[in-house]
Design a binder for this molecule. Structure first.
Ligand code: FES
Ligand code: FES
Length: 185
């Protein structure tokens, strides 16, 4: 038996084991139990995280653009890293901590966090379709490096595309947030 066939059979056995089980997702600090299976109300083995977030949990901030990992519209933070949720299977997310754009604002007051507010103050968007993905990529960067320079910010955003051409104002918004933080230190 070839290695490929062995791996395929192992994968198939894993998926079979997961069917008719319950998957627990941790999103924005809350736990969600979802049934796994082939029914219309179940998470199927091929369902992507962005589909689950949008269609089952009502978290529509992550957008579907290309659906193949190229545009960054669906970016969320998983265990501290910005990831493309259109390229991530929901079944692989158990045991991880996921943050979506809805999880950035203050849960009690709804007040936007500093980065979100900087986008508002600096008009860092036009139609807004790409904006949550850009903010989540930038948030993951700022969580790791609170004071990046503009080159680092641009590099981090290289996987986020904006059809309206607001990259410049998005970078301005992020740098304004960084400068504000630096003044506060
Ligand atoms: S929709 Fe996920 S990267 Fe484009
Ligand atoms: S603001 Fe419209 S796609 Fe970016």
């Amino acid at each position: 038996m070839t290695g490929y066939l062995r791996n395929y059979q192992k994968e198939a056995a894993n998926v079979k084991e997961q069917l008719n089980s319950v998957l627990t997702l941790s999103v924005n600090g809350k736990s969600f139990d979802l049934s796994v299976g082939a029914g219309v109300h179940d998470v199927s083995p091929s369902e992507t995280l962005v589909q689950t977030l949008r269609n089952r949990l009502g978290l529509t901030g992550a957008k579907i653009g290309c659906g193949q990992g190229a545009c960054g519209c669906c970016t969320v933070i998983m265990d501290g890293r910005a990831i493309a949720s259109c390229m991530t299977l929901t079944l692989d997310c158990e045991g991880t901590e996921i943050t979506t754009i809805e999880g950035l604002a203050d849960a009690a007051t709804g007040q936007l966090n500093e980065l979100q507010q900087a986008f508002v103050d600096n008009c860092g968007y036009q139609c807004g379709y790409c904006t949550s993905g850009i903010i989540m990529t930038a948030q993951a960067l700022l969580d790791e490096d609170p004071c990046p320079d503009e080159v680092v910010v641009r590099d981090a955003l290289s996987g986020n595309y904006c059809r309206c051409g607001t990259h410049y104002t998005a970078v301005d918004a992020i740098m304004a947030c960084v400068e504000k933080k630096q003044k506060e230190v």
